[in-house]
Design a protein around this ligand. Sequence first.
Ligand code: HEM
Length: 116
Amino acid sequence: MFRGVNFFAKLSTEIIKRRRAAPVKEKRDDFLDLLIEAAENEVNECPNPLKNDVTLVAQVILFLLAGFDTTGLTIALTIHFLAVNPSIQVKVREEIQTHLQKYVRNPLNLVSDHGR
Ligand code: HEM
């Protein structure tokens, strides 16, 4: 566990350094860019300052840990319950199809219609 965290901490520290050194070339418009921008524009009255790169790296690790198992487990459980409740699965599928047709111009680009 700690080896993994150390690896990720080193990796994100290196990426933060690179982005600070070449902000235009390395810009990705992602979560890390937003964090770096927030740290640079921070005002002193902020109650939870992004004081240094260690704090930035901690936020990156927290986001990865907080976002990984929560979404992974939710998706796995949802798929499990849909698999053991085929009638609900049909309903959910129909609902998704309706919304895709309503809001997405070409839904077939997003969802291939396997098994039909
Ligand atoms: C099904 C998905 C998720 C569930 C059930 C979930 C649940 C929670 C819960 C219960 C809390 C504590 C809230 C509190 O006590 O104030 C929390 C906090 C947090 N979650 Fe999630 N979460 C999910 C997905 C995510 C994802 C995808 C991310 C980021 C990519 C994320 C990032 C965080 C962070 C950073 C906090 C701490 C917020 C703070 O410091 O106040 N979570 N989450």
